[in-house]
Design a protein around this ligand. Structure first.
Ligand code: COA
Ligand code: AMP
Length: 634
């Protein structure tokens, strides 16, 4: 099968294409309506189909006689643990925890927040929710209390499932104080918190808390509940342009069909293959490619609790690949930049035989060409940059190893994936010619698996994604196609930045910084960084008469962002300036500020009120040692 034929067919006959794909998963009631409109007027896939995602991920494989196969390997160098769960063992744990949830009154459609590090109980809790039709909302363990609180208020969960601590390199991070603070901050009251006690830091439990082990000991296993394909499986919050995160809603049916297709067509893996996505269950990569896609496909998935470096060294990824015989590996480029910094000659790779590895996939941020070439040189296997987002749930552009592998090119995410009609439009909504950079959009209908709405706020979904270019989904990324049809994603066109593979809102950071009593006005922009891709930098205008030393102000702001969003925001620099560039109508030109930190020449656009302000800001950044950090990015 050629890529061109498969892709053309997916667009010419989406109903036929996705009907065939739907036939490859097990339904309780096979769908007859393949594509229809939901109550919001949105495209909906498989509206009359019924299924259970947990059944597909676990029970189905056991019913097929593969219960003894390893479903999940928990590899945790930070706790010196390697633990294997067969499909039967994982189902047993999941069914019991689903029983715990049911016994606590959690029913279909109710939300459960999961605030856990990379431990098997996080996966067990997710699948247990899926089993009984509860809607999970996993909150990344690096988020501080206020972020957790805002998600509690938006998702209004009945229960929260948390662990007593996470582990960052050698540091133990107690979660319980953060959870307690979040519950204090939130308006919404939960019924109970189920706490998994880890030996590294046991938490003092209060009246509202239930010990995970105690609850499991008393539980009866719960069976799978049949759900509509369009019922929500989860809500995953992601950063938008404002301080309020967006709850991306994922359905059950389209999601299962799309993920199964992606494993075969994009990653070229099948039942029994070992697939490893080194990410975090708190992000979409973790949802799709640590938990659901590999398990729905009958693979062995790896849950890795550690970092690419210093756990114990920059060879840890190679060790995991050899030890568990990983066939396909997926992670964010930032991890490789960290490894390359510590082991540029990749000497540690020589200690391992990773001949099992057939392909490496990278995503989450742009792969800078030096990192891409380094990986190609040291691994000598296909290195595939592919592009997607929390909203889409699975890759929009990739090199399809299971359909027709094509040469990969540095800096390109290759070609649109079947189902995604990707186009590059100008501000007049017209398609641009090859090599011309514009808004990367997807013509509707989106294929199965993509978000269906913003939790509790459908208008926000329309405003954020459907308004800019009518008839198209607006990705928020800019880019272009080359003459051969390769897609290049060049970065966000909005106020979202990507720091070490983590998606963050500069608007949210601005709200925090602006709350400092010394600040009159501020802009937070993402400046290119060699190691983390981008780093947020605050540009500050002080109120008249403020005498605070710059270093003290910076330290206070850094602490505020750390305490409000979390350390992973990497907000470490803030620079006082006398003016900010604005349009004549007074809008701060963040996009333009972003471009001035490196020493490349630039032309201030005609819309700007005073081009001299950019020169001043550039000098202020240089004086503060910010900028000229982008030498490896080109
Ligand atoms: N819980 C608590 N704190 C966390 C955290 C978590 N889950 N994740 C990160 N942090 C903290 C770090 O400990 C660090 O704290 P510090 O400032 O006190 O040192 C801070 O946030 C910055 O973290 P990060 O930018 O991640 O740097 P790092 O040195 O800890 O790790 C990488 C660097 C490259 C290893 C790491 O960023 C990484 O693995 N990124 C990939 C992200 C990813 O998988 N994205 C999904 C897309 S595939
Ligand atoms: P997230 O929703 O956290 O997965 O982040 C999605 C955003 O990350 C996208 O909108 C892009 O800006 C960026 N991104 C993800 N993958 C890539 C990639 N392969 N190349 C360039 N940018 C990427």
């Amino acid at each position: 099968m050629s890529y061109a034929v498969e892709y053309a067919r997916s667009l010419a006959d989406p109903v036929g294409f996705w009907r065939e794909q739907a036939e490859l998963i097990q339904w309780d009631r096979a769908p007859e309506k393949i594509l229809s409109k939901d109550a919001n007027g949105n495209d909906a896939w498989y509206a009359d189909g019924e299924l259970n995602t947990c059944y597909l991920a676990l029970d189905y494989h056991i019913d097929q006689g593969r219960g003894e196969q390893t479903a999940l390997i928990y590899d945790s160098p930070v706790t010196a643990t390697v633990q294997h769960f067969s499909y039967s063992q994982l189902r047993e744990q999941v069914a019991l925890f689903a029983g715990v949830l049911q016994s606590r009154g959690v029913t279909k459609g109710e939300r459960v927040i999961i605030y856990m590090p990379m431990i098997p109980e996080a996966v067990i809790a997710m699948l247990a929710c899926a089993r009984i039709g509860a809607v999970h909302s996993v909150v990344f363990g690096g988020f501080a209390a206020r972020e957790l609180a805002s998600r509690i208020d938006d998702a209004t969960p009945k229960l929260i499932v948390a662990a007593s601590c996470g582990i960052e390199f050698a540091s133990v991070i107690p979660y319980k104080p953060l959870l307690d603070q979040a519950l204090d901050l939130a308006q919404h009251q939960v019924d109970a918190c189920i706490i998994l006690q880890r030996p590294q830091a046991r938490a003092a439990l209060q009246a509202i808390d239930i010990d995970w082990e105690v609850a499991i000991a008393a539980a009866e296993p719960a069976a799978c509940v049949s759900l509509k394909a369009t019922d929500p499986l989860y809500v995953l919050y992601t950063s938008g342009t404002t301080g309020k995160p967006k709850g991306v809603v994922r359905d059950n049916g389209g999601h299962a069909v799309a993920l199964r297709y992606s494993m075969q067509a994009i990653y070229d893996v099948g039942p029994g293959d070992v697939f490893w996505a080194a990410s975090d269950v708190g992000w979409v990569v973790g949802h799709s490619y640590i938990v659901y896609a590999p398990l729905i496909t009958g693979c062995t998935t790896i849950l890795f609790e550690g970092k690419p470096v210093r756990t114990p060294d920059a060879g840890t990824f190679w060790r995991v690949i050899e030890e568990h015989q990983v066939k396909v590996f997926f992670t964010a480029p930032t991890g490789f930049r960290a490894m390359r910094k510590e082991d540029p000659e990749s000497l540690l790779l020589r200690n391992y035989d990773i001949s099992c590895l057939q392909a490496l996939f990278v995503a989450g941020e742009r792969t800078d060409p030096p990192t891409y070439h380094w990986l190609c040189d040291i691994l000598n296997i296909p290195v595939i940059d592919h592009w997607w987002q929390t909203e889409t749930g699975w890759p929009v552009a990739a090199n399809l190893r299971g359909v027709e592998p094509r040469p990969t090119l540095a800096g390109s995410a290759s070609f649109p994936v079947p189902g995604f009609d990707v186009q590059v439009l100008g501000s007049d909504h017209e398609p641009l010619a090859a090599e011309e950079e514009g808004d990367v959009v997807i013509q509707l209908p989106l294929p199965p698996g993509c978000m269906s709405t913003v939790w509790g706020d459908h208008q926000r979904y329309l405003d954020a994604y459907m308004e800019q270019h009518p008839g198209y989904y607006h990705t928020g990324d800019g880019g272009y196609f080359d003459a051969d049809g390769y897609l290049y994603i060049m970065g966000r066109t909005d106020d979202v930045i990507n720091v070490a593979g983590h998606r963050l809102s500069t608007g949210e950071m601005e709200e925090i910084v602006a709350a400092h009593p010394a600040i009159a006005e501020c802009a937070v922009v993402g400046i290119e960084d060699r190691d983390k891709g981008q780093l947020p930098v605050g540009l500050l205008i002080l109120k008249d008469g403020v005498q605070l030393p710059a270093a003290q102000l910076e330290a206070e702001l850094v602490a505020m962002v750390r305490q409000t969003i979390g350390a992973f925001a990497n907000f470490k620099r803030a620079v006082v300036v006398s003016r900010l560039p604005k349009t004549r109508s007074g809008k701060i030109l963040r996009q333009i500020i972003r471009k001035i930190a490196d020493d490349k020449p630039f032309d201030p656009p005609a819309t700007i009120d005073d081009p001299a302000v950019l020169v001043e800001i550039r000098e202020a950044l240089m004086t503060a040692g910010i900028g000229q950090m982008a030498e490896t990015q080109g």
